[in-house]
Design a protein around this ligand. Structure first.
Ligand SMILES: Cc1cc2nc3c(=O)[nH]c(=O)nc-3n(C[C@H](O)[C@H](O)[C@H](O)COP(=O)(O)O)c2cc1C
Length: 308
């Protein structure tokens, strides 16, 4: 992405300096002559633009005003502590992986809004090096799902060969043996049920899917894609859509480049998340938050850190 330094409208800027401490790259400086920019290192994060009370700063190419197509959004800033935590936490707690979708299409405008929400996520050095590939209807999801299933059929057959999986393990490549132990039976059953009854245990009958990938050169590609994915899941829940991350599809894409090409990805592009999207069916009516296990949390004081 072509990046440019912020431009300062000298007629508007009153050299208040508020933009200086929020610039992560030290691109803006107060000098005896007033505010000055040096272009090197600008991340195009837009903090300077967002903090300026006089709209004196701009970053060419940054899409500030674009609104959502299907839902209202006031592009104001919500100050720290000035939102309703109950709503935010309830949204996070209420999102569930959806495995029962209605046979009802999701419009392109809704999908574009979900992607827009996804791109509100942070990204390493603000690289925004993510890509979104949309499977817009059931036929596309099914076609891609069938190619994933064909991959897993080959994998199951391969992992059934004791000498191959054990040979690989002896060579320090235990992945095939691990797959055989942990997943082969479930995958075989899934393939069987799809072939015999047309049951879709991969995409759960979803009428659309979105793959989130990264362009070559992104600083933290996987993290960026997964953070964008979480935004998308929450936004989807808020607008009434169900979602499910499909790790099996990501795994297939990781091992079979022809699947990556089937998604139209360019050389060096990688897919980190595949998300089934659709309107939730009547089975998806939950009554309460199911809870989570307590995670290990440790606190390390300065003396602990320095002593070890
Ligand atoms: C990286 C990742 C991959 C996942 N892959 C699948 C998948 O292939 N199929 C599926 O049905 N669910 C998948 N899930 C959904 C999890 O099973 C689900 O998040 C978990 O059971 C907790 O349920 P919840 O999402 O409703 O809170 C995946 C979740 C994550 C985070």
């Amino acid at each position: 992405m072509e990046r440019m330094a912020p431009t300062v409208d000298r007629g508007r800027c009153n050299d208040c300096g508020r933009c200086v401490p929020v610039c992560p790259a030290g691109v803006l400086r107060m000098t005896p002559e007033g505010l000055r920019t040096v272009s090197a290192g600008c991340l195009a994060c837009g903090h300077c633009v967002a903090v300026c009370p006089r709209e004196a700063l701009a970053i060419p190419g940054l899409d500030f005003a674009r609104e959502f197509e299907t839902v209202p959004m006031n592009p104001r800033w919500v100050p720290h502590g000035k939102t309703d935590p109950d709503t935010v936490l309830a949204l996070m707690a209420s999102r569930r992986s959806c495995r029962n979708f209605l046979d009802r299409p999701v419009s392109g405008a809704v999908i574009r809004d979900l992607i827009r929400a996804a791109t509100l996520a942070p990204s390493g050095t603000n690289s925004q090096g993510w890509t979104f590939t949309v499977l817009p209807d059931r036929a596309a999801v099914l076609a891609f799902g069938q190619r994933c299933l064909a991959f897993f059929e080959r994998l199951v057959r391969l992992s059934d060969q004791v000498w191959i999986r054990e040979g690989l393990r002896l060579l320090g490549r235990p992945e095939l043996a691990d797959f055989h132990r942990d997943y082969a039976a479930t995958v075989r059953e899934g393939i069987d049920r799809f072939r015999r009854q047309g049951e879709d245990l991969l995409f759960w009958g979803a009428p659309a899917a979105i793959a989130i990938g990264s362009l070559p050169g992104a600083t933290t590609p996987r993290e960026d894609a997964l953070l964008a994915a979480q935004n998308l899941l929450l936004a989807a829940h808020a607008v009434g859509l169900g979602t499910c991350l499909i790790g099996f599809a990501v795994e297939a894409l990781r091992h079979d480049r022809s699947l990556v090409r089937a998604l139209g990805c360019r050389d060096g592009e990688r897919i980190h998340a595949v998300i089934a999207v659709g309107w939730p069916g009547p089975a998806e009516r939950y009554r309460r938050f199911p809870g989570r296990f307590r995670p290990p949390i440790r606190t390390r004081r300065a003396r602990d850190v320095t002593a070890s």
